[in-house]
Design a protein around this ligand. Sequence first.
Ligand code: COA
Length: 322
Amino acid sequence: MIYSSITGTGGYLPERIMDNAELEQMVDTSDEWIKSRTGVVKRHIAAEDEMTCDLAEHAARMAMEAASVSADDVDLIIVATTTPDLVFPSTACLLQERLGVRGSAAFDIQAVCTGFIYALSVADKFIKTGAANKALVVGAETLSRIIDWTDRDTCVLFGDGAGAVILEASEQPGIVSTFLHADGQHKDLLKVPVGISTNYAAIQEGSAYMQMQGNEVFKVAVNTLGRIVDETLAANNLEKKDIDWLVPHQANTRIISATAKKLDMPLDKVIVTIDQHGNTSAASVPLALDVAVRDGRIQRGDKLLLEAFGGGFTWGSALIDY
Ligand code: COA
């Protein structure tokens, strides 16, 4: 049996930092409100000439270096993003060219904040079936481009960034299980109501912005993530105490705390980066993973539960023997 295993991680945040004090100058909000309701202290914002692929490239190069993998070795690239550079080619193809990878499969996945979990699950299946050997899996976003910076309901939450992993075929797991779900009935609670075939003029006018019913999203997120924790533990015959680290999507500290509570897990076993990064959508889980691998909290042999929830709605988990 072939398994897939994470052999390197990388992460990148744009240079420019926007703290809550700056937001206080832009909308009717306060540092205290943002911190207490969301947990966000600051977020990073891409420069005008900095694209999603630029962020992805930094994170990808770090992951490849950590895994000692060269461009010639990579035979699959998947980029999870909701904010691609172009309609086409895919950001994965743009990244492939930048990295000097030739001939590999390369494609994007769009599952909003669950995008990285979806991409990891797909790459795992490529490796398990022998269709790929060394996959580069990236979550990268310039979410700031689809934020209405006059809308206090949304603009305080999000940030830009990229995270990446190298996934390699191995004799041991690795990725133990992944579960992916979606429920399109909730499509209107979190969306950008604009696209290539719908209201394209809004894109040309520069007003293609995210809309969110925060309260409703919050409730569904907490319930759904609770269910996916149960599903993952049951499918693997695990008890809550078997999980060493929770690496959650960084949407809101109150949502993260609710999932940790479901696992009877103290917050010091949860990787929290939302205070420093905000919600970076598909980048948030691989960025948090990279932070904790590099600062030494996550060690080889640890059992990790990665989970995410996002627009669609989509949600998913990955159980990993790191
Ligand atoms: N600053 C100050 N006040 C704000 C504000 C802001 N940025 N945004 C909203 N408010 C106000 C509201 O207008 C409301 O005022 P009112 O009581 O006078 O009507 C009050 O704060 C409470 O609003 P409410 O929406 O009930 O707050 P909340 O506790 O639900 O927190 C969110 C709002 C958005 C932080 C929270 O609902 C949330 O995190 N939802 C999930 C969002 C998410 O994670 N999305 C991405 C999923 S991947």
